[in-house]
Design a protein around this ligand. Structure first.
Ligand SMILES: [Fe+2]
Length: 421
């Protein structure tokens, strides 16, 4: 019973991967630049934070062979190198010494207690940077842990991550694992637990979707009211997406009733949120009651191109970009090939039926473009389209027209952002 549900959700993600490039790709670029671009020039950075998400570490104690882990993933994650990538994040953080390393949930593979403990062991190697975490939908009360390992309750999560936000924050919500962190005199990090996992056991399923309860909403409003009265900037973080990023990732991805949270943020002029969950890199924005609110969805650390976000906060605005973690030479290319290969091989037969003359070429184009799409590298997609004009024309002529949306991807990288507050 449990296994079939798990398989279903994985199949869905695989299917979604394909449709992402072919059937939608209409990102929320419309209306871009409602808030002004920011150039820090000689301004002094007041807070720096590195951000990653969906580390999905699977404890080595729960698998007999590292390669065995690959069987669990169909979504292009390079699960085999989860330890190396998290180690790589720690090495980068220790070299660059940002003020914070924030991990926005799905810390563990499937909520295994041992996976959480292994992650903490690695995070304990961070030297000069404060690490802050929040849970994702995989992390708590998970009924599908690998090797039947015990999962963790919210209380246990707080104990395990006591040093990473759960023992010394400025305020804690009573209805979730949300907390507020004073990042500097001028900046508050609102660390929101958007999961519904505490209901998993009674529902006998892993709840994928996210929600901010009424109690948490009131707690958030209290934090925002005080911050605004002090003239502080607030940056929020949550695992689930604050707003829609594309039409295939709405139900189960964007928090339920997100309009209430957006209106609350607009009321207090809170304009920047970081999320994860989709494993896709994308920046989305909405204008709510005259306020432009941005949700930066970071891609999974384990998905090509295995990136770590860098946020620099200034008095006048902020700058965000991404760097790839490359645990060994040639890793990024191997991760790309892994991402492409997972679905390419499985789909060849289908493509052969649809395009008998050029099926290998088309399948390669589709899945390579898909990898770039998940990475938020739209300029590369445009390059690829330019180089494959003839092939695209062939698809348009012989296919069912679903390729057309590909042309709507804006030629804008989803891996950088600089805005005034
Ligand atoms: Fe995830």
């Amino acid at each position: 019973m449990r296994k079939s549900k798990k398989t279903k959700s994985k199949m869905r993600r695989t299917a979604v991967m394909l449709t992402c490039v072919l059937a939608l790709a209409m990102m929320s670029s419309c209306g871009r630049a409602r808030s002004k671009a920011y150039n820090p020039q000689n301004a002094e950075c007041s807070v720096s934070a590195y951000i990653c998400t969906d580390t999905h570490l699977l404890s080595n104690n729960l698998v007999t062979d590292r390669d065995e882990k690959m069987v669990y993933t169909t979504d292009g994650r390079i699960q085999k190198y989860d330890y190396e990538l998290v180690d790589g994040v720690v090495d980068t953080v220790n070299a660059d010494k940002p003020d914070y390393l924030v991990i926005t949930g799905d810390l563990s593979f499937n909520g295994e207690r041992d996976s959480h403990l292994e992650l903490v062991k690695i995070l304990d190697k961070v030297t000069d940077t404060k690490v802050l975490v929040i849970p994702g939908n995989h992390d708590l009360c998970n009924i599908s842990t690998v090797a039947g390992d015990a999962t963790v309750t919210p209380e246990e999560f707080k104990e395990i991550y006591a040093d990473y936000g759960y023992s010394d924050a400025m305020s804690y919500d009573s209805d979730s694992l949300s907390y507020a962190w004073k990042a500097s005199e001028d900046t508050i990090f609102l660390m929101l637990d958007s999961t519904l996992s505490k209901f998993n056991f009674e529902e006998n399923r892993n709840i994928t979707g996210g929600f901010i309860s009424g109690i948490t909403y009131d707690w958030i409003e209290g934090i925002l009211k005080e911050a605004v009265s002090k003239g502080q900037h607030v940056v929020s973080f949550m695992h689930h997406n604050l707003m829609d990023h594309n039409s295939s990732f709405v139900a189960g991805y964007t928090i339920i009733k997100n309009e209430y949270v957006l209106e609350l943020f607009a009321k207090y002029n809170i304009t920047l949120n970081f999320s994860g969950h989709m494993h896709i890199q994308n920046i989305s924005e909405e204008e709510v009651n005259g306020v432009t609110i941005i949700d930066v969805a970071n891609s999974s650390l384990l998905a090509y191109s295995d990136t770590l976000g860098r946020l620099k906060i200034y008095d006048g605005g902020y700058v965000y970009d991404k760097i790839s973690i490359e645990p060994f030479e040639g890793f990024t290319k191997a991760s790309f090939d892994n991402f492409v290969g997972v679905n390419y091989n499985k789909s060849l037969e289908r493509y052969r039926k649809a395009y008998p003359d050029k099926y290998e070429e088309i399948a390669a184009f589709v899945y390579e473009t898909n990898a770039l799409y998940f990475d938020g590298d739209y300029p590369q997609i445009h390059e690829k389209m330019k180089m494959n004009r003839k092939l695209l024309k062939y698809v348009e002529k012989n296919g069912n027209g679903y390729n057309k949306d590909l042309f709507t991807v804006p030629n804008v990288s989803q891996k950088m952002l600089a805005r005034e507050w």
